[in-house]
Each structure stands twice: as structure tokens, then as C-alpha cells.
Design a protein around this ligand. Structure first.
Ligand code: S3P
Length: 169
């Protein structure tokens, strides 16, 4: 079975939806941030603080090459995976890539209590607006997109599974 890869900004629901899809299809779940944290032996914010963002992006790139070399996986990516177009190209070779979208209001609401995202430290609203602006075109370039503003994780998961089954009969 081809992989399903969830892409999208922070707070669009990638992790929750990937868990639901993995359970429903009985395919293994790969959460990129969790794998990176486990291998580094520290949380993402500590990797950013100690080694910097460029180093983190290299870890993401290497892990993408590793994951996209296998099949039968539901993959939850980090929001910045789109920053290197090679990641998307690799994932598209062995899987169906889905981009989850949400408005800035929804994202802010979902992340209002979150303290773990290093890129949102400080004025969270301003950071979200700025990052969304710089990445907008990268997310929009993914052919299959779902606006999650008014959908539950279960509804999103059902839509993705239906589409996956029709793409891969
Ligand atoms: C990031 C998103 C985070 C995590 C890191 C950087 C980003 O993942 O990879 O903090 O650049 O958008 P989530 O999208 O799971 O929050």
C-alpha cells in the first residue's frame, strides 16, 4: 500500500488525523517530530535552541528520504516540511500527499495554550500571520488540500481514506 503523508501548518491537525487514519487502515504511524525527538534524545524546542533551525531541517530532510523509501505508513510531518521542495518530491514518489489547511484564527485558537513550538515564541499571533504568509504558496502548491476549519478530525480522516481508496483501488 502507498503511504499517506499529511502536510500542513502547525495546528492543522496532522498528528490527530494521522492517528485516526492509521488505526482505521491498520497501517503503521510515523510522526516525524516524535522520531526526531526520540533519536536526538531531546524535544524539538531544545534541538532548535542547541543546534539551530538549519540543523533541524537537515534531520527532517534525512528522515524524509528514509521514510519515503518504504511503504505501508501513515506519516505526520512537521509544518516546515514544505520548505524544501525535495521533501515533497520524495514523498510523492511512494505516497499520496495531503495538505491540511486552516485559517489563522483557527490555528491561533488551536495553539493558544501551546508552549512547545519554537517558531511561535513571543507574539504568537504575529508569528503565525508572518509564517503563514511566507509559506502560503508552498502549501497551496500541494494538489490535494482539505480545509479543516469546520471539520472534526474524524471527518477529515474519513475524507482522506475515501480519496485514498479511490486513488488506489
Ligand atoms: C515546525 C512545525 C513543528 C515542528 C517544528 C517546526 C514548522 O511541527 O516540526 O516546531 O516549521 O512549522 P508541527 O507542525 O507538528 O507543529
Amino acid at each position: 500500500m502507498r503511504n499517506i503523508i499529511l502536510i500542513g501548518f502547525m495546528g492543522t491537525g496532522k498528528t490527530t488525523v494521522a492517528q485516526l487514519i492509521s488505526k482505521e487502515l491498520q497501517l503503521s504511524l510515523v510522526d516525524m517530530d516524535a522520531v526526531i525527538e526520540e533519536r536526538a534524545g531531546k524535544p524539538i524546542h531544545a534541538i532548535f535552541a542547541d543546534e539551530g533551525e538549519t540543523y533541524f531541517r537537515k534531520l527532517e530532510r534525512t528522515l524524509t528520504q528514509e521514510i519515503s523509501g518504504k511503504d505501508n505508513q501513515i506519516v505526520s510531518t512537521g509544518g516546515g516540511i514544505v520548505l524544501d521542495s525535495n521533501n515533497i518530491i520524495d514523498y510523492q514518489k511512494t505516497g499520496d500527499v495531503v495538505c491540511l489547511l486552516a485559517s489563522k484564527e483557527t490555528i491561533l485558537d488551536r495553539l493558544k495554550d501551546d508552549q512547545t513550538r519554537p517558531l511561535l515564541k513571543g507574539d504568537k499571533q504575529q508569528k503565525i500571520v508572518q509564517l503563514l504568509e511566507t509559506r502560503k504558496l508552498l502549501y497551496e502548491a500541494i494538489p490535494y488540500k482539505i480545509n479543516t476549519d469546520n471539520l472534526s478530525p474524524q471527518e477529515i480522516s474519513t475524507q482522506i481514506i475515501q480519496q485514498y481508496k479511490s486513488n488506489n483501488p
